[in-house]
Design a protein around this ligand. Structure first.
Ligand SMILES: NC(=O)c1ccc[n+]([C@@H]2O[C@H](COP(=O)([O-])OP(=O)(O)OC[C@H]3O[C@@H](n4cnc5c(N)ncnc54)[C@H](O)[C@@H]3O)[C@@H](O)[C@H]2O)c1
Ligand SMILES: O=P(O)(O)OC[C@H](O)CO
Length: 357
C-alpha cells in the first residue's frame, strides 16, 4: 500500500545491521531510478549513471528524476552522475538498467572501470536480435569471469517508488550474488525471491511484453473478461513453450517473473507495452505511438526477434505470429483474431500431456 505522503521516504526500513556496499545502477530512466533509490534507502552508497551530463547535474541538484519519476525525492545515499568511472569504480554490485538497444554499448563502456569481483545484474527485459542474445549473455560475453544475475518480476517503477508492496525475483547461478541482491534491495515494501533458473526468469520478463501488447489491443477492441482470461492463459502456455525449447524450466513461469509479471502487464495501463497495444487497437500508427510514448516499450522489438526465432525453431506460437501479421504485415486485426479462434485446438496444459491420447 502506498504511503500517505508519497514523498515521505522515511518508512522504508534502513538496514542498520548490514554493512554498506557501493552500488552502481546504469541507466537513469524509470527503472534504474527505482532500483537505485531502494538501494540508497537501505543505506548503500549508490551511484545512478545517466548518459546526459545536464540531466545528471539537474537530478543531483534537485534530488529527484523529474523527467521519468517526478515528485519523488532521492534518498540521501543516492548520487546521480554522468561519469562512468565514478559510478562503477569500486562498486561491488552493478545493475544494468538501460533498454536492450543500448545494453551492449553501455557494458562495453564500463569494462575498464569495473572491479574484477563485481557482481553484475541485468534488469532489462529485452532480447538482442543478433544471435537471439539475452542481456545476461551479453554480460557473460563482454565481462567473462563475473557472477551474473537477472532481476525480473511484476515491478512497475512508479509503484516501487510510491512504496507499494512489491515482490521481485533475483535469478543467478551464484548464491553469493543472490544473497547480496537480497540484502541490498529488500525492505519492508520490497521482497526479493530467489530462483536458480536465470534463463527462464529472463525469458519470462522479455516475452511478457509481447502479450501485454496483445492484451492492450484486445481491450481497445472491447474484449470481455472471458477473452482476457483466455488470452493471458494461452500467452503463458506459449511463452513457456518457447522457453522450454530454449532450455528454461517451465515451472519458472508459475512464479512472480512468469505469471506474476504477465498478469501485471496484461491488465494495467501503467504498462507501456499494454498502452502501445491499446493505441494499435484504436487504429493508430505504430511510429506515432512509439514517438508519443517517449519511453521504451521493449515488446515491439522482442516481437520481431521472437517471431523469427519461433519460425527458425518451428515452435508453435500463434499469438506471436498473429501480432506480427497485424503490426508488420498489415493484416486486419479481426481477420487474425478469427484465424486464431478457428485454428488448431491445442492441449490446455501441455507439460502434463494430453491425457486423452
Ligand atoms: N519502467 C519499469 O517499470 C520497468 C520495470 C522493470 C523492468 N524494466 C525494464 O528496464 C529497462 C529500462 O526501462 P526504463 O523503464 O527504465 O526505460 P525508460 O525509457 O524509462 O528509460 C531508459 C533510460 O535509458 C537511457 N538510455 C537509453 N539508451 C541508452 C544508451 N544507449 N546508453 C545509455 N543510456 C541509454 C535513457 O536515456 C533513459 O534514461 C527496459 O528493458 C524495461 O523493460 C522497466
Ligand atoms: O511498462 P512496461 O510494459 O515496460 O512494463 C514494465 C515492467 O516490465 C513491469 O514489470
Amino acid at each position: 500500500m502506498s504511503d500517505e505522503n508519497s514523498n515521505n521516504t522515511a518508512s522504508i526500513a534502513t538496514k542498520a545491521a548490514v554493512k554498506p556496499v557501493k552500488v552502481a545502477v546504469l541507466g537513469g530512466g524509470s527503472f534504474g531510478t527505482a532500483v537505485a533509490n531502494i538501494s540508497a534507502h537501505n543505506g548503500h552508497p549508490t551511484y545512478l549513471w545517466m548518459r546526459h551530463k545536464d540531466r545528471a547535474l539537474l537530478c543531483q541538484r534537485d534530488r529527484e528524476n523529474a523527467h521519468y519519476v517526478p515528485g519523488y525525492r532521492f534518498a540521501d545515499s543516492l548520487n546521480a552522475t554522468s561519469d562512468l568511472a565514478e559510478a562503477v569504480g569500486d562498486a561491488s554490485l552493478v545493475f544494468v538498467s538501460v533498454p536492450s538497444s543500448g545494453f551492449r554499448e553501455v557494458v562495453q563502456k564500463i569494462k575498464p572501470f569495473v572491479r574484477s569481483d563485481a557482481l553484475l545484474v541485468s534488469t532489462t527485459k529485452g532480447i538482442e536480435g543478433k544471435g537471439f542474445t539475452l542481456m545476461s549473455e551479453i554480460l557473460e560475453q563482454e565481462m567473462p569471469g563475473h557472477a551474473i544475475g537477472v532481476l525480473s518480476g511484476p515491478n512497475f517503477a512508479k509503484e516501487i517508488i510510491e512504496q507499494q508492496q512489491t515482490g521481485t525475483v533475483i535469478a543467478s547461478d551464484s548464491g553469493t550474488l543472490i544473497r547480496r541482491v537480497q540484502t541490498v534491495l529488500s525492505s519492508d515494501t520490497f521482497r526479493v525471491y530467489a530462483n536458480r533458473d536465470r534463463r527462464g526468469v529472463e525469458l519470462a520478463g522479455a516475452l511478457k511484453n509481447i502479450y501485454a501488447i496483445i492484451s492492450g489491443m484486445a481491450t481497445a477492441l472491447g474484449a470481455g473478461s472471458n477473452t482476457h482470461a483466455m488470452l493471458i492463459t494461452r500467452s503463458l502456455a506459449e511463452m513457456s513453450r518457447l522457453a522450454n525449447t530454449l532450455g528454461a524450466n517451465p515451472m519458472t513461469f508459475l512464479g512472480l517473473a512468469g505469471v506474476g509479471d504477465l498478469i501485471l502487464t496484461c491488465t494495467s495501463d501503467l504498462s507501456r507495452n499494454y498502452r502501445v497495444g491499446f493505441a494499435l487497437g484504436q487504429g493508430r500508427a505504430l511510429d506515432d505511438i512509439v514517438a508519443e510514448l517517449g519511453q521504451v516499450a521493449e515488446g515491439v522489438n522482442t516481437l520481431q526477434v521472437v517471431a523469427a526465432k519461433a519460425q527458425e525453431m518451428d515452435v508453435y506460437m500463434p499469438l506471436v505470429k498473429g501480432l506480427y501479421a497485424v503490426i508488420f504485415q498489415g493484416l486486419p486485426i479481426e481477420e487474425v483474431a478469427h484465424k486464431l479462434m478457428v485454428g488448431e485446438q491445442n492441449h490446455d496444459v501441455e507439460f502434463m500431456g494430453a491425457g486423452d491420447e
